[in-house]
Write a protein that binds this ligand. Structure first.
Ligand SMILES: Cc1cc2nc3c(=O)[nH]c(=O)nc-3n(C[C@H](O)[C@H](O)[C@H](O)COP(=O)(O)O)c2cc1C
Length: 194
């Protein structure tokens, strides 16, 4: 097995779901955002926008809007996570981004077919950078699912996310309070033809 800094970082990164309250440092946030914008993008579009929310009132409001939004929301397929989110939203202590002190929202221009791919690649850069800085991070999908919720979009617009943008994904980031366990890799997902 080959070892180098990049491969070891990829192998040891985990989705973290327990964070300390303490905010991450300014230079750490800058490094995460810089890593995101160095990702590849279709035709070098770079049409993404990464909005870092560190205001705790705004973060609480986003979580509240997600909770409310899921009550109204009708999932468009039977993906188990979507049904789970609707049930979870009814819990009083529900927090979709695990009280992380920083949430980075990735949005992109509308009707652009690589919107999700570009933002996903950018977020992986961000996750690996977070891990290299000993920060925890986790992909948070609920803003994508509720991307057409008018109340949520009204608030995201107040935060500066253009109304016409599609919300692709988001990343929770903070100092790690509890390490995540390692989900084993499934067998049979690699195929080599020589
Ligand atoms: C497209 C996508 C959506 C995800 N959505 C969520 C989410 O909403 N909440 C969450 O806690 N984790 C989410 N995850 C994280 C996965 O649960 C996690 O990557 C998986 O369990 C494997 O764990 P690992 O990242 O530690 O290897 C998401 C990951 C991906 C790629």
């Amino acid at each position: 097995m080959i070892h180098n800094e990049v491969l070891d970082c990829i192998r040891s990164r985990r989705s973290v779901r327990n964070f300390h309250e303490q905010q991450i440092k300014e230079e750490e946030l800058e490094a995460l955002l810089e890593a995101a914008i160095w990702a590849p993008s279709g035709s070098n579009s770079q049409s993404w926008l990464f909005t870092a929310v560190q205001n705790q009132e705004a973060l609480a409001k986003i979580n509240e809007l997600l909770k409310e939004g899921f009550q109204r929301w009708i999932p468009d397929d039977d993906y188990p996570g979507k049904l789970g989110a609707k049930v979870y939203a009814q819990k009083r202590d529900c927090h979709f981004f695990y009280h992380a002190p920083t949430l980075i929202i990735a949005s992109n221009r509308p009707n652009y077919e690589n919107a999700m791919a570009d933002c996903a690649l950018a977020l992986e850069n961000l996750f690996l950078t977070a891990h290299s800085l000993e920060l925890g991070s986790c992909y948070i999908n609920q803003l994508h699912w509720l991307r057409n919720d008018s109340e949520l979009r009204k608030f995201l617009f107040e935060l500066g996310i253009p109304r016409e943008h599609t919300i692709c994904s988001s990343a929770a980031v903070g100092y790690i309070a509890k390490q995540a366990s390692v989900p084993p890799r499934k067998e049979g997902t690699i195929h080599i033809i020589k």
